[in-house]
Design a protein around this ligand. Sequence first.
Ligand code: ASP
Length: 300
Amino acid sequence: MPDPVLVIHGGSGPWTAVLTDPARKQAALAGLAAALAAGGARLADGADALDAVQAAIAVLEDDPQFNAGRGAALTEAGHPECDAALMDGRDLRAGAVAGLRRTRNPVTAARAVLDEGRHVLLAGPDAEAWLHAHGVVACGPDWLVTPAARAWLDGWRAGRESPLGTVGAVALDRHGALAAGTSTGGLTGKRPGRVGDSPLIGAGTWADGHAAVSCTGMGEAFIRSAFAVRAAGAVAAGGTPEAALDAGLDRVAGLGGTGGAILVAADGRWALRSRDPGMARGVWTVDGVRTWVRNPPAGP
Ligand code: ASP
């Protein structure tokens, strides 16, 4: 059996403010390390990949530096609408949520949908009420909204570039199981009701017996190219993780999009790829933790 692996991302994008400010860069790296520690500890204890992925994403959602949960990007109307998904590669069970406004950890809501097993994707206020009645922790709408997210929206209204910052995780556990998860506030200034690739199984999130994939970037291009399921299929057909992600990012670029993705394969190989100047990302293995914000080849 291969050693367990956890790979995470905190979004692909310009990351200009972080890459030009050493203190902010250190804070982002520390946030990634905390998420890797939480998920890696689960894997080291023998927990399954799904639990490790959920634990890592919950830490990133609680960290306001990342565009998921607290700190989520705001719609053009100024509200958070959070999307998240989880998928278990053992049996293709999946759970996802879209447009949540009052849920502290959207990944926990995705887990509730997965565990119930009746549906795959829930959206809208009645779904959120059902989740809260079934143990998912609610929060006031203001808890999710940070000054930085308001500033991003002001910048978007002024025509400036918006940071991305979706979070995701993929893991292989010591039993050989794979899982993937993604959580996001979506794109700053999105139309209310817009749903991105993150909660769409096969687009922004996928796990099967061959590979687990989580994406970040311009969601519409990831949806139109069915990114995540095709990347896993490329690995199943014998491709390397890097080549599988690069081919997907080529298709995204062909549709006018950009972004990045992470993948772990059933044999323990993994890859992190981005077409942007920055991608917050990291990996936990039995040998330790590594984190990066600047995109290779410039290094960490
Ligand atoms: N992919 C996400 C979306 O389109 C955004 C991101 O990755 O930052 O909703």
